[in-house]
Design a protein around this ligand. Structure first.
Ligand code: PMP
Length: 351
C-alpha cells in the first residue's frame, strides 16, 4: 500500500435500491409515491424564472422554512431543511452524536444509520427487535451517546405508539433522540407534540414519500431552536447552498395543496390494505404496515428467489440479506394497476 493510501478515509457505503432507467418496469423497490406531485407543484414549476439560476439560492432556504413552520405550527427557528432527509440525518449524526459512548438504534432498521456512524467514527450498538419485529423501549434505558429511531420503522413497516417513543425520550434526556418519521404520514403516530416538552428531541421528515417529490431531494428536521441552530452551524461549515432555488420553491408550494395530499395518502393506504389481504389469502405473512410499503414473506419460496423471479418479470421490489429478514420482501405500494400486476406475477411464479 502506498503511503498516501493510508491517509484516505475509507468506508463501506450504503447501497441504495436500483433505479432502472429502462421503460416498462414496475418499480416497487424504493418506496416512492406512484402518484404525481400536487397541482400547486406543477404551477410553481411553470413559474420558475430560469434567469434566477445564474445566482446562488437563498442559503437559509427561508421561503421553505417559513412555510414549514406555518404548516406545523412551530416558531421561527424550529425548522432545518436539507437535500432529502438523508442529508438532514447525516448532518444530525455529525452534529449531535459527538461523545465516546455508543449511540443506539435497532438491529433491523434503516441501513444508512450504521454507514453514517462508521464514516463519522461514531460508536454504536444495536438492540435487537423482539420476535415480532417490535422495538423494546426497555433496551434504550442504558448509558449511550444518543438514539435514533425510525418510526414507523423500515424495512419492517411497523409503527410504535407515541407513548412508547416518549418512554425512550424520557429515559434519555441527557442525549439527543432523533425520531426519523419518513413514513409517518401513512398512518403512524407522530411525536411532534412532544417537542414542547423535550428539548433533546429532533423529528426528521421527508418529501420523498408522502409528497411525491423524491426527485427534488427535500427533507427537514423540527426541534428546539438550540438544536436547529447547532445543525445550521455545522451545515454552514460544510456547504452554504445546499437546497436549489427550485427545491425551495417547490417544497413551499407542495404544502399548500392539503386536499390533494390527504387524497393521495388515502389512496395509498386503501391499496396497501387491499394488497395485504390479497397476499395473506395466498398464505403470505405480512407485517402490519403504517407506511407506504409491505414487508412480507411466503413459505413457498425464499425471499431471494422470489425477488429474482419478480425481476425477470420486470417487477422490482427490495430484498435485504440480513439474517432475520432474508425471507422477506419489501414491497412499495404502487398504483392499484401496478399492484394487480404484482399479484398476478406472484400467482404465476408460485402456482
Ligand atoms: N429514513 C428512512 C427510514 C428511509 O427509508 C429513507 C428512504 N430511503 C430516508 C430516511 C431517506 O429519504 P430521503 O433522503 O429521500 O428523504
Amino acid at each position: 500500500m502506498n503511503q498516501w493510501e493510508k491517509n484516505i478515509r475509507r468506508t463501506v457505503p450504503y447501497v441504495p435500491g436500483e433505479q432502472p432507467q429502462e421503460e416498462g418496469i414496475i418499480k416497487l423497490n424504493t418506496n416512492e409515491n406512484p402518484y404525481p406531485p400536487s397541482p400547486g407543484v406543477f404551477e410553481a414549476h411553470k413559474n420558475i424564472n430560469i434567469n434566477r439560476f445564474a445566482l446562488y439560492p437563498d442559503p437559509a432556504a427561508s421561503e421553505l422554512v417559513r412555510e414549514l413552520e406555518n404548516y406545523y405550527g412551530l416558531e421561527k427557528g424550529q425548522v432545518f431543511v436539507g437535500v432529502g432527509s438523508d442529508d438532514v440525518l447525516s448532518l444530525s449524526f455529525l452534529t449531535f452524536f459527538n461523545s465516546k459512548k455508543p449511540i443506539l438504534f435497532p438491529d433491523i432498521t434503516y441501513s444508512f444509520y450504521p454507514v453514517w456512524a462508521d464514516v463519522y467514527r461514531i460508536p454504536y450498538e444495536c438492540p435487537p427487535l423482539d420476535e415480532n419485529f417490535l422495538i423494546c423501549p426497555e433496551d434504550y434505558k442504558r448509558e449511550n451517546g444518543g438514539i435514533v429511531i425510525a418510526n414507523p420503522n423500515a424495512p419492517t413497516s411497523i409503527g410504535l405508539s407515541c407513548s412508547a417513543i416518549e418512554e425512550i425520550i424520557q429515559a434519555n434526556q441527557d442525549v439527543i433522540v432523533i425520531v426519523d418519521e419518513a413514513y409517518v404520514d401513512f398512518g403512524g403516530e407522530t411525536v411532534l407534540p412532544l417537542l414542547e416538552q423535550y428539548e433533546n428531541l429532533l423529528v426528521v421528515r421527508t418529501y420523498s414519500k408522502s409528497r411525491s417529490l423524491a426527485g427534488m431531494r427535500i427533507g427537514f428536521a423540527m426541534g428546539n431552536k438550540r438544536l436547529i441552530q447547532a445543525l445550521t452551524e455545522i451545515k454552514e461549515s460544510i456547504n452554504s447552498y445546499t437546497m436549489s432555488q427550485e427545491a425551495i420553491r417547490i417544497g413551499a408550494a407542495s404544502l399548500k395543496d392539503e386536499n390533494y395530499f390527504q387524497d393521495n395518502l388515502n389512496k395509498i393506504v386503501a391499496t396497501r390494505e387491499r394488497i395485504k389481504g390479497e397476499l395473506e389469502q395466498r398464505g403470505f405473512a405480512v407485517l402490519p404496515s403504517q407506511t407506504n410499503f409491505l414487508f412480507a414473506r411466503t413459505d413457498k419460496m425464499s425471499g431471494g428467489e422470489l425477488f429474482e423471479k419478480l425481476c425477470e418479470k420486470k417487477i422490482y421490489v427490495r430484498h435485504f440479506n440480513g439474517e432475520r429478514i432474508r425471507d422477506y420482501l419489501r414491497i412499495t405500494v404502487g398504483t392499484d394497476e401496478q399492484m394487480d400486476k404484482l399479484i398476478k406475477a406472484i400467482d404465476d411464479i408460485l402456482t
